[in-house]
Design a protein around this ligand. Structure first.
Ligand SMILES: Cc1cc2nc3c(=O)[nH]c(=O)nc-3n(C[C@H](O)[C@H](O)[C@H](O)COP(=O)(O)OP(=O)(O)OC[C@H]3O[C@@H](n4cnc5c(N)ncnc54)[C@H](O)[C@@H]3O)c2cc1C
Length: 358
C-alpha cells in the first residue's frame, strides 16, 4: 500500500494532525455549545437561550418556523414591524397554490402563523437591532432582550423603494402611499396615479379601481415588467389609463397632495396634472442593513447564499427576499424558508451527533 516507510510515516502524521485538529475544533464547539441539547426556552427579561431564532415573520420566516417547530426546536420568530411581511398588505393573492379562488394576503399569513404556532413556534412582537455572529452561540439583540441562539434564520425580506423626488416625504400619508390595500379606501371617487411597471404596480392599480374614479399608471419605460395576464387585465379595465416613458419629478400640494409634475423621458416634455393620490410601487430593497460587515452581501445588498440557504457564517441561514432579487414571490419565499428550516435542523443534528460521538 505504501511505497516506503517515509510515505507511511508522513501519512500517519497527516492523519494524526487532522484528528488533533478535528478534536480541537470539536472541543471548542462543545465549549461554545455547552449544554445546547438541554436548552429549554427560558423567559428572562434580559436574556434567553434558544436553538433557533428566526428574524422576520413574512412567508419565508413563517415557513422556516413551521419546519423547525415540527422538529421540536421551539423556534422564536421576531415579527419586526410588519407581522406577516409584505404580502399581508395585499388584498388578494391568486398565485399561491392551493387556493383556486385566491386568498387574502393577511388571511394567508395568518394561516401560516397559526400552523407554525400549532407546532410550538413562538412569535415575538419585537425587532432585531443588532447581531453578533462572531461566536457561538450567536447573539441577537432586540428592543426587549438578548437572544443567545445556536442557529439564526434571517428572513427580513425587503421594503418598498421611494421615488426620492421633492414632495414625496412631505406628503407621505397625505396623499402619497405605498400600500393600496391600506389606503385605497381613502381615495373613493378620486383621481390617483400608480407609479411602476411590475406585478405589484398593475395588481394594485387594478385593485384601486374599486375606489378611485380613475387610475393613471405612470411607468418610466415603454414596456411593462408585469405578467402578461395582469397587463391584459389592466388594459381592459375602463378605469385605467397609461402614461409610458414618463416619470414624476415633483409632488405638490398644501396640507395634502394636489398636483404632480410629470416628464416624458423620450420627448423631454414636462407638464403638471391635478391629482388626489399617488401610489408608489417601483420595487424593493432588501432589509439587510443589520448584516452589513457581518455577512457577505451582493452589490445590491442581498445576502449571498446558494440552494442550501447557508450564508458565509456556519449556522446562519437566510430565506426569502433578503436573499432573492429575482423571484420575489410568496411561493418562492416559502420554499426558501422551508429549505432554511431543514438546513437548520440538519445543522443542529450534526451537533447532537458530535455530542454522542465524544
Ligand atoms: C403590495 C404587494 C403585493 C404582492 N402580491 C403578491 C402576490 O400576489 N403573489 C406573490 O407571490 N407575491 C406577492 N408579493 C410579494 C410577496 O409579498 C413577497 O415576495 C414575500 O412577502 C416575501 O416574503 P419574505 O418572508 O421574504 O419577506 P417579507 O414579506 O418582506 O417579510 C419580512 C419580514 O421581516 C421582518 N423584519 C424586517 N426587519 C426585521 C428586523 N430587524 N427584526 C425583526 N423582523 C424584521 C418584517 O417585519 C417582516 O415580517 C406582493 C408584495 C407586495 C408589496
Amino acid at each position: 500500500m505504501y511505497n516506503n516507510n517515509i510515505e507511511f510515516i508522513v501519512t500517519i502524521r497527516v492523519w494524526c494532525a487532522s484528528k488533533v485538529w478535528n478534536l480541537i475544533v470539536r472541543k471548542s464547539m462543545e465549549l461554545n455549545f455547552n449544554g445546547l441539547n438541554s436548552i429549554k426556552p427560558s423567559h428572562s427579561s434580559e436574556m434567553e437561550f434558544v436553538k433557533v431564532i428566526i428574524i422576520g415573520s413574512g412567508p419565508a420566516g413563517l415557513a422556516a418556523a413551521l419546519y423547525t417547530a415540527r422538529a421540536d426546536l421551539n423556534p422564536v420568530v421576531l415579527a419586526g414591524m410588519e407581522l406577516g411581511g409584505q404580502v399581508s398588505l395585499t388584498h388578494l393573492v391568486e398565485n399561491y397554490p392551493g387556493f383556486p379562488d385566491g386568498v387574502g394576503g393577511s388571511e394567508l399569513v395568518e394561516l401560516f402563523q397559526k400552523q407554525a404556532e400549532k407546532f410550538g413556534a413562538r412569535i415575538e412582537f419585537d425587532s432585531a437591532i443588532q447581531v453578533n455572529l462572531d461566536q457561538q452561540p450567536f447573539e441577537v439583540v432586540t428592543y426587549n432582550k438578548v437572544y443567545k441562539a445556536a442557529t439564526i434564520i434571517i428572513a427580513t425580506g425587503a421594503a418598498a423603494l421611494n421615488l426620492n423626488i421633492p414632495g414625496e416625504k412631505e406628503f407621505t400619508g397625505k396623499g402619497v402611499s405605498y400600500c393600496g390595500t391600506c389606503d385605497g379606501w381613502f381615495f373613493k371617487d378620486k383621481e390617483v396615479i400608480v407609479v411602476g411597471g411590475g406585478d405589484c404596480a398593475l395588481e394594485e392599480g387594478i385593485f384601486l379601481t374599486r375606489y378611485a374614479k380613475h387610475v393613471t399608471i405612470v411607468h418610466r419605460r415603454k414596456t411593462f415588467r408585469a405578467g402578461t395576464l395582469l397587463q391584459k387585465r389592466a388594459k381592459e379595465n375602463p378605469k385605467i389609463s397609461f402614461l409610458n416613458n414618463t416619470i414624476l419629478t415633483e409632488i405638490l400640494g398644501e396640507d395634502i397632495v394636489k398636483e404632480v409634475k410629470l416628464k416624458n423621458v423620450v420627448t423631454g416634455e414636462e407638464w403638471r396634472q391635478q391629482i388626489d393620490g399617488i401610489f408608489v410601487f417601483i420595487g424593493h430593497a432588501p432589509n439587510t442593513k443589520l448584516f452589513e460587515g457581518k455577512l457577505n452581501l451582493t452589490k445590491d445588498n442581498y445576502i449571498v447564499t446558494d440552494s442550501s440557504m447557508k450564508t458565509n457564517v456556519e449556522g446562519v441561514f437566510v430565506a426569502g427576499e433578503a436573499a432573492d432579487p429575482i423571484y420575489r414571490q410568496v411561493v418562492t419565499s416559502v420554499g426558501m424558508g422551508a429549505a432554511a428550516g431543514m438546513q437548520a435542523i440538519h445543522y443542529l443534528q450534526e451537533y447532537a451527533l458530535q455530542d454522542q460521538v465524544k
